[in-house]
Structure formats: C-alpha cells, structure tokens
Ligand binder design. Structure first.
Ligand SMILES: Cc1cc2nc3c(=O)[nH]c(=O)nc-3n(C[C@H](O)[C@H](O)[C@H](O)COP(=O)(O)OP(=O)(O)OC[C@H]3O[C@@H](n4cnc5c(N)ncnc54)[C@H](O)[C@@H]3O)c2cc1C
Length: 427
C-alpha cells in the first residue's frame, strides 16, 4: 500500500517516495479537498505539488457552505451521516487553524458562523414532509428540536407569518466557501505547496511518489470511477444599504412542496439554493431562478427587496450512493482518490484531509474509510437518472466516525451507534 510503508523524509532516506527530483505527493485538483490535503501534507513535511489550471473554480465556487450533518442526515445513509458528524466536529478547530495559517484574524473571516439552522414548513403538507425527516434524525439521537410557530418567529421575526412550524438544529453551522478556498490556498502556499497551473490529462504524466486525485467531477475521466456531475443553480442576494441580512440562522424550508435554503452572511449576502438536476450544462434558466426566488420569498418575504447579485450553476461530484470515494485506487496503490463528495464537500473537507494525509503518512487506510472505498462500485457503470431532477433540500439530503470523538458521538447519537460498526472494529 502506497509503496508498502509509511511516508519517509529525504533525510531518513528509507522510503520509496523521495528522490532528488520527485515530489512526495502530487495533488490533482485545487478545490477545497485538494487544497486542504496539500496544505496538511506539506505541514507534515511532505514535498507537495498541486496541479490545477484554475484552483477554486469547481463546485466550491458556487457552493452555499452549509455545514449541516443533522439537517442532511437522510434515510438509509447512516455511514455517510457518521462521516458528516465526524467532520462537523472537526470544523471549529479546522477553521481556526486555516485562518491562522492564512494570516487571518480568526475563523469569522472565513464566514464561519455557529448560530445553527432552522428547518421550517409553510403548509400542513410541507410540515408533514419536514417532520418525517426530523423524526428520523431525532431517532438517530441527533440534536434537532421541534419548534412551534411562535417559537420560530421569536427566533427569526422575518419568517413569513404563514410558516406553521419547524425545528432547530443548533450544531448545523456555515462557512463561506469562496473565503475558505482563498484562505486554504494561502495556507498551502505558506506551507510550501508548489502550484502547477495545468490540466492533468492522464495520471501517467505525473511523476510523484503518490498522486492524490481530488479533481471533483474531473476525477471521472482520470480514474474511470462512477462520478457524475449533478447540476445546481444557486442565487446570491444582497441586503439593502450594505446591512447584514435581517435573519441570523441558516433557514432550510419547504414552501409548496419545494425545498429551499437561505444562508445569511455578515457581509449582507444571502445565498438561495439550489436546484438538483441530472445535467452537465451550466445554463442558468429562467424557471430555475423563478422557482428559487418564489420559494425563498414565501419563507422570508423581505427577500423580495434584496438585490439579486448573482445567478450561477455548478456541478456537485455525485456518486451512485451519494457518499464520497476516499482511499487507494484498486490496482494502483500509488494513486489515492479523494472525490465524489457530492453535496457535502465543504462539510467533509476537514475529515477528508486528515484521513488522506494519515494514509499518506502511514500507508494504511483508517478503518473508518472502509465504507468509502473507491473500489466499492467495481463492476458498476455510472448511469444517468439514478437521482431524478429535484430540489436541494432535506428530502434529497445525504451522510461516518474515527478518533476519540467516535466514542463521544456514539454515546451522543445512539441510533447511529446501533446501525454503525462498533468502535472496537473501527479503531
Ligand atoms: C449549488 C451547489 C451548492 C452546494 N452547497 C454545498 C453546501 O452547502 N455544503 C457542502 O458541504 N457542499 C456543498 N456543495 C458541494 C461542494 O461544493 C462540493 O462537494 C465540493 O466543492 C467538492 O470539492 P472538490 O475539491 O472535490 O471539488 P471542486 O470544488 O469541484 O474542485 C475541483 C477542482 O479540480 C480541478 N480539476 C478538475 N479536473 C482537473 C484536471 N484534470 N487537472 C487539474 N485540475 C483539475 C478544477 O479546476 C477544480 O478547481 C454544493 C455544490 C453545489 C454545486
């Protein structure tokens, strides 16, 4: 595995990776995953190259930045939910470290906010749909509490009077992905990562001890793995007068059967998202914008007064089971894959970087990675239409645990502990 042993430094002169000419690690892709892997690896003393013609130009350039392991916990995705929870637990320290390494004053400069998330419903049908999901989440022992209309309006007075009820997920936070990626790039450069502004056409053209493929949707062509683009249209609004938006929580809601989310930033921006479409184009459609704005203003009418500053579309790197592909590529142990993060790549950045760099250092995948092995789809051929066109919300939502946190989380979330591997097996 990975040369059959742990990563070694040139001065050790024992390892398989280093020669005078070669990098220890070449990362393909400079989105949040590739940048975080490169930064963490360089911080551990590895010599790292990162190939990307336009770092930060992939899905992260449009992503909302919700860090929502609870609101995203979905039926049948318990292993993914454990991984989401693990990564969410790492986020506060990760944000502080990234900010410091990038020379920022603190994690607030990444747009990292911890007010939590409100999940709300407008009609009886909307509420029934939302209640079905949060009952499941409560059954897993996840922190989400039902609120009546009065309690919701006390928390967020700008919610439409017709919002009938909802729930509060206090541990579902947010970050601004554009600020995150800029900071990760600075941190990586400061740690000595060398950026190569080129598109990699084939893995054989790279000369490095280990190649980490973190190219988002671009990883399909490089590895043959079943990763497909899942289009998302998304809007950015701005509060009048340069003020902060009039609400503080991330609001995820149902309005007339449509799900929508509203992510408020301190700088006045509100992100409204997002469609989920099995398409590879990036066209922003009139219908997409209309439907997003309609659902958003049904939940927070005041948004109709906000400036519409951006309407864009991007591609989530989807996999057949909505879970990422992390680990060595079957038959090519010098190639490590870290992609397929679908709707959760921003949330999953800290855990992915830590587990991949542990693998690079030790040569052995952490058992927590077993459910996310890139070879779990051997024999599978990617087919369009596995997920129908729909809306980016709780009903389509998506999902593991390692390290000392594992013990705590199993206690905290008994439903997950019951359905997941025992701690002893993982460690
Ligand atoms: C509308 C929308 C909303 C989203 N909202 C959220 C959210 O709220 N929370 C969340 O956690 N996630 C969210 N996501 C998902 C998240 O954006 C992705 O999961 C995440 O960006 C994946 O990170 P990545 O680094 O793997 O890929 P990307 O961010 O796509 O970056 C891939 C990079 O690889 C480079 N590349 C590709 N091919 C090659 C090649 N051959 N050679 C060199 N470089 C290459 C690209 O230039 C790019 O810079 C959202 C996505 C979309 C589209």
């Amino acid at each position: 595995m990975l040369g059959g042993g742990p990563y070694t430094t040139e001065s050790d002169n024992r390892g398989p990776f280093l020669t005078a000419r070669r990098a220890d690690v070449a990362v393909v892709g400079g989105g949040p995953i590739g940048l975080a892997v490169a930064w963490r690896a360089a911080s551990r003393g590895m010599r790292v190259l990162l190939h990307d013609p336009r770092p930060g130009s992939g899905a992260s350039a449009v992503a909302a930045g919700m860090l929502a392991p609870v609101a995203e916990a979905s039926f049948g995705e318990e292993e993914l939910t454990r991984l989401l929870l693990d990564s969410a637990a790492r986020w506060p320290d990760f944000a502080v470290e990234v900010a410091a390494a990038a020379g920022l004053a603190g994690s607030a400069e990444l747009g990292f906010r911890t007010e939590g998330t409100l999940v709300v419903g407008r009609t009886a049908d909307d509420l029934a749909e939302a209640r079905r999901l949060w009952s499941y989440q409560q059954g897993l022992g996840l922190p989400i509490t039902a609120l009546n209309a009065t309690e919701l309006h006390d928390r967020e007075p700008l919610l439409a009077p017709r919002v009938r009820g909802g729930a509060h997920a206090p541990d579902d936070h947010q970050v601004d992905p554009r600020r995150l990626v800029a900071a990760l790039r600075t941190a990586a450069e400061s740690a000595g990562v060398v950026f190569v502004p080129s598109t990699v056409r084939g893995l054989d053209e790279i000369d490095a001890g280990t190649v980490v493929v973190a190219a988002g949707c671009g990883a399909a062509e490089l590895t043959g793995l079943p990763i497909r683009p899942v289009k998302g249209q998304i809007l950015r609004l701005r509060a009048p007068g340069g003020e902060a938006p009039g609400f503080r929580h991330v609001i995820r809601g149902y309005a007339d059967g449509r799900s929508v989310y509203l992510v408020p930033r301190h700088d006045g921006e509100v992100v409204v998202g997002a469609t989920v479409e099995e398409r590879g184009d990036t066209t922003v459609t009139a219908g997409g914008v209309r439907d997003l704005l309609h659902a958003a203003t049904e939940l927070v009418p005041e948004l109709a007064e906000y400036e519409l500053v951006e309407a864009v579309a991007g591609h989530r790197p989807g996999t057949p089971d909505n879970a990422p592909l992390i680990g060595p590529l079957a038959g090519r142990p010098q190639v490590v894959v870290a992609t397929g993060h679908y709707r959760h790549g921003i949330l999953l950045t800290p855990v992915t970087a830590d587990l991949v760099v542990d693998l690079l250092a030790s040569g052995v995948p952490d058992p927590v990675l077993a459910p996310f092995s890139p070879d779990r789809f051997d024999g599978y051929r990617s087919a369009p239409g596995l997920t129908g066109p729909g809306w980016d919300g709780p009903e389509l939502a998506e999902p593991g645990l390692a390290h000392p946190e594992l013990a705590n989380r199993e206690l905290a979330h008994p439903g997950l502990a019951a359905s997941g591997p025992a701690r002893e097996e993982i460690r």
